[in-house]
Ligand binder design. Structure first.
Ligand code: PMV
Length: 342
């Protein structure tokens, strides 16, 4: 019986074209393709010690403290990935995980957490001779997807693309691929996460994805997302900031309009979310800056701006946007290179 220990640090990501809705009869297959910036600072570091034994035994520590609440989710994840690697259903897992961002910040840790765990499991699969290096990232992304769809994209920097799309050669519904064809301006684009509301979301992503099946706007949305993927390719390669702003903000508001047009309907934005958006629009109108926002499935705002504008944009955050954040809190981040072995 052998014991393996491995560790990975994997980042969070923020989608530009959003994944919202999955195929109802399949496991974690998206209804449209999506693409995201991989972040640099918001990340999960996970150390996994795996000991071969006949029974399954999982223990998890989060920030150094036992976290038994995570065990059912990890068990479900192991069951889902056992189709690829049957060995995962037995063994003793000792998982030590920590996030670079505060647990109660309202930033979802599923993308970074699931991708970090998936990468650790792939290392064990390599040790066992079940996986070769040439398929390593693809397989890690596939496992991550089975944990949380958006996690599939976190494996790669500066951007990850997930979902079959004719204009993205090699794209797949089962794993993400790296997307490197971006102008220099986007390689180190800044994202400050404005922590408007740090509490738990009232409706989880899992429930939200499920509600899209009965949403009358869903077919139009899926077609629009596929078109936006193609439009974004041109924007990213040419460095067209006006095109970027228009497409990215439209995607964010469309995501939230899908929530509002589901039944039961729900709203995840808070009054401060709209106040931040209005302040960004007013600033853009007044000074012609190329700054914009996107949203994930929550109230926080991702404020996006070029690295060259960092000083001015961060002064604007401190002076005008911080007042709308819970306890004035925000996190400066930027586009990163993807997951790293520790
Ligand atoms: O990966 P999930 O199931 O948490 O869904 C993520 C959905 C969004 O963050 C709203 C969009 C996306 O593409 O990341």
């Amino acid at each position: 019986m052998s014991t393996y220990t491995t560790a990975w640090k994997s980042p969070s990501n923020i989608a530009l074209v959003k994944y919202w809705g999955k195929k109802p009869t399949e496991v974690q297959i998206p209804s449209n393709a999506s693409i995201s910036f991989t972040l640099k600072n918001c990340a999960t570091s996970t150390t996994l010690t795996y000991q071969e034994q006949d029974a399954l035994d999982i223990s998890v520590r989060l920030e150094g403290k036992e976290e038994p609440n995570f065990i059912p989710k990890i068990e479900q994840f192991l069951k889902r990935i056992s189709g690829l690697f049957p060995f995962v259903l037995t063994g003793k897992y000792t998982i030590d995980t920590s996030n670079s961002f505060p647990h109660s910040s309202g930033i979802a840790s599923s993308a970074s957490g699931m991708s970090a765990l998936a990468l650790c499991i792939c290392d064990i699969a390599v040790e066992k001779g079940l996986l070769t290096e040439d398929k390593f990232k693809e397989t890690a992304s596939e496992l991550a997807r089975l944990g949380s769809g958006s996690a599939s994209r976190s494996v790669y920097g500066p951007m990850g693309e997930w979902g079959k799309h004719v204009d993205f050669p090699g794209s797949s519904n089962t794993y993400a691929i790296p997307y490197p064809d971006v102008a220099d301006v986007f390689l180190d684009y800044c994202d400050t996460i404005l922590l408007v509301h740090k509490g738990q979301k009232t409706v989880s992503s899992t429930v939200g994805h499920g509600l899209i099946d009965d949403n009358p706007y869903a077919p139009a949305r899926f077609a629009q997302a596929q078109e936006n993927m193609t439009k974004l390719q041109g924007i990213l390669s040419s460095g067209d900031l006006d095109g970027f702003i228009n497409l990215v903000e439209s995607e964010a508001l469309t995501l939230h309009s899908l929530m509002m047009s589901s039944n039961p309907y729900f709203i995840l934005m808070k009054p401060e979310t709209l106040q931040v958006i209005e302040a960004i629009w007013a600033k853009r109108e007044k000074d012609g800056v190329k700054w914009c926002f996107t949203l994930d499935a929550g109230a926080n705002v991702h404020f996006l701006y070029p690295q060259a504008d960092k000083a001015a944009a961060q002064a604007f955050i401190a002076g005008e946007l911080a007042q709308y954040c819970e306890n004035g809190a925000y996190i400066h981040d930027e586009v990163g290179i993807g997951a790293e072995r520790l």
